[in-house]
Design a protein around this ligand. Structure first.
Ligand code: HEC
Ligand code: HEC
Length: 156
């Protein structure tokens, strides 16, 4: 009983400490997600999109940004549940387009656009970067969920 309450307090303190670190988006460990959503690109932080965006993306995996990311139904549901459970709240900014459809790209959300407004279109197109989705080209510790200013290096 005593041990139980101490670990609950520790969990509570950890949860309370997270929002204070605004640039930390550590992805909670999940083997299926790492296997299936980390094979073509890094695992994007579920916190950066609204649950509706993840649901929309996960219901059209054969047409995933020009790639076929199809999964068997069991894995598809398990991953959808994970993404929805860890999806972002107020910190994602606007996550729907003008017609009210959920945005599928983190890089199209208002929060992302605001945070990256000083980067010129030419920089995004550099061969060393190629796409705004290539987070780790500039955020050297993105794989660990660390988007702190100190770890940003924009490649030439
Ligand atoms: C077969 C390869 C492949 C797999 C598997 C895959 N993706 Fe992708 N994903 C892509 C490609 C290609 C893009 C577009 C990248 C670009 O625009 O530079 C993309 C883009 C994305 C983006 C948008 C990034 C942004 O903000 O621009 C998200 C979010 C995403 N994927 C999530 C997932 C999730 C969740 C899974 C697991 C269910 C997954 N992906 C599995 C190929 C894949
Ligand atoms: C071309 C380089 C580049 C790419 C690619 C890039 N970013 Fe950034 N990002 C930056 C820079 C530069 C800043 C800092 C802006 C500032 O501090 O004024 C930033 C800021 C951020 C911040 C805010 C950090 C804070 O301290 O509040 C987040 C979160 C972030 N980026 C996430 C992402 C994600 C997620 C991706 C991929 C989907 C991505 N970025 C792709 C360059 C990049």
């Amino acid at each position: 009983m005593r041990i139980h309450s101490i670990s609950s307090i520790a969990a509570l303190l950890a949860a309370l400490a997270l929002p204070a670190q605004a640039d930390n988006y550590r992805v909670p460990g999940n083997t299926i997600v790492n296997e299936e959503c980390g094979s073509c690109h890094m695992v994007f932080p579920p916190q950066m999109l609204h649950a509706d965006s993840w649901r929309a993306m996960m219901s059209d995996l054969p047409n995933h940004f020009g790639s076929d990311a199809s999964l068997d139904e069991q894995r598809r549901i398990a991953i959808t549940d994970f993404l929805v459970a860890h999806s972002g709240g107020r910190k994602t900014g606007v996550t729907r387009d003008a017609k009210g459809k959920p945005l599928l790209r983190i890089s199209e959300t208002t929060r992302f656009i605001k945070k990256h407004r000083e980067i010129s279109p030419a920089v995004w197109k550099r061969a060393s970067i190629k796409s705004a989705a290539n987070c780790s080209a500039c955020h050297t510790r993105a794989a660990a969920g660390d988007y702190d200013d100190d770890s940003i290096r924009i490649p030439k």
